[in-house]
Write a protein that binds this ligand. Sequence first.
Ligand SMILES: NC(=O)c1ccc[n+]([C@@H]2O[C@H](COP(=O)([O-])OP(=O)(O)OC[C@H]3O[C@@H](n4cnc5c(N)ncnc54)[C@H](O)[C@@H]3O)[C@@H](O)[C@H]2O)c1
Ligand SMILES: NC(=O)c1ccc[n+]([C@@H]2O[C@H](COP(=O)([O-])OP(=O)(O)OC[C@H]3O[C@@H](n4cnc5c(N)ncnc54)[C@H](O)[C@@H]3O)[C@@H](O)[C@H]2O)c1
Lengths: 221, 221
Amino acid sequence: GIPTATISRLVTYLRILEGLEVQDILRTSSNDLAERAGVTAFQVRKDLAYFGRFGTRGMGYTVPILKRELMRVLGLNQTWNVVIVGMGRLGQAIANYPGASDYQFQYVGLFDVSPDVVGRTVRGLPVRHMDELPEFVRRNKVDMGFLAVPPDHAQDAAQALAGAGVRGILNFAPTVIQPRMLERAGQQEISDEWRAVIVENVDFLAGMKRLAFYILNPHLN
Amino acid sequence: GIPTATISRLVTYLRILEGLEVQDILRTSSNDLAERAGVTAFQVRKDLAYFGRFGTRGMGYTVPILKRELMRVLGLNQTWNVVIVGMGRLGQAIANYPGASDYQFQYVGLFDVSPDVVGRTVRGLPVRHMDELPEFVRRNKVDMGFLAVPPDHAQDAAQALAGAGVRGILNFAPTVIQPRMLERAGQQEISDEWRAVIVENVDFLAGMKRLAFYILNPHLN
Ligand SMILES: NC(=O)c1ccc[n+]([C@@H]2O[C@H](COP(=O)([O-])OP(=O)(O)OC[C@H]3O[C@@H](n4cnc5c(N)ncnc54)[C@H](O)[C@@H]3O)[C@@H](O)[C@H]2O)c1
Ligand SMILES: NC(=O)c1ccc[n+]([C@@H]2O[C@H](COP(=O)([O-])OP(=O)(O)OC[C@H]3O[C@@H](n4cnc5c(N)ncnc54)[C@H](O)[C@@H]3O)[C@@H](O)[C@H]2O)c1
């Protein structure tokens, strides 16, 4: 499959293109993008080649067009309906994060199990009980669940999200989320509700480790 | 310099090695690591080559030894003293995150400016006022500041951290942190307190975009 590193680079190219657009720079090239991204021009061309021919050979790329194509490839030209599961400190920080809505990640629902939290309003949305999740996901065509519960509750909450019908789970808990398995005709198989669910993990620890690395190796920054 | 993607891959290899160790698997190879990391064996060897010869040609690597070397390269075999600046929702979520202390990122201090927060105790540590930061950083040999303040306050708080003498800033605010510049002999130069400071950014948005991408392109997962 496509390496995760390619996706990260595509996100980097997109950020660079947005920066160029903000400065009214309308043309770029694989060399220019490569320099700004800290990779080789060969890598840039290889990454973009997965998704089609964007530029004119030898002529570079038009910034708004390449940006639009990358946004399409990265699913950013459509609205994603998101619920946050777990409205403790992290869940509330996520709900209040301004960066998230520019890219059409719309928080449509907030969920928890604790009576201290359920019923409160955060950014204009009521925090509902997890019992309401399946019906809510169906009615509001929810695409993704952001999982911000404690690690020992993460698998249960993930099961509830998969059972409710989300297409993806962004997991912030420091634990591995497993799909529910079934035995069919003597074989272990992924259960139906998990079959099409993508799980992606988020971890600050990676950022902390990068910082430590660059403090020790500033010449490599 | 070394590409950021290389650091991310090194962190991935380390996570894989930890996973192998937990299962009592003591040998690995560039092919094995490559397969688990979703990259080529060539890439694995290239990444490790930056830091020395770890394995025996044709014989692969010993898991605990390679893990120890990667931890050294990534600065994980030493303790890092960390302060969190901004003890709102995100700052508190960070302070309570269990994953952070395994790797010897020790939270030694918590700082804020708001009277609602200063004086409270979080995980056994008192939240101090920013006025105490310079003295605290000096006395406690603080290496890093985690910046979890609102975007319009981030530059000021970063300036306070640099002025106090930290070696690195992990920035969670959705804004670009700039070093303070001076004019010397008619030239623009980085100010002394910023000269050796590394700034690294953390953003959930990258994880959200990755999830969107894989939902649209499951065959590339
Ligand atoms: N990814 C990262 O880098 C990172 C950073 C900080 C925290 N975290 C993790 O995020 C999680 C939340 O941290 P926090 O500080 O906000 O914890 P918290 O205790 O403040 O909040 C957790 C919330 O989840 C709710 N909850 C528990 N079980 C639930 C369930 N089955 N369904 C719905 N809600 C449920 C609780 O009632 C609570 O309100 C933890 O797993 C923590 O380790 C991750
Ligand atoms: N990186 C990410 O993915 C991500 C995710 C969520 C939130 N965020 C960002 O994290 C930041 C904090 O979010 P939050 O929800 O915790 O906000 P918050 O308002 O709950 O907390 C911010 C805290 O910073 C304090 N503060 C303000 N100026 C300060 C200064 N100069 N020095 C010290 N403390 C100061 C405030 O008193 C407050 O307690 C925001 O910038 C937000 O956009 C980032």
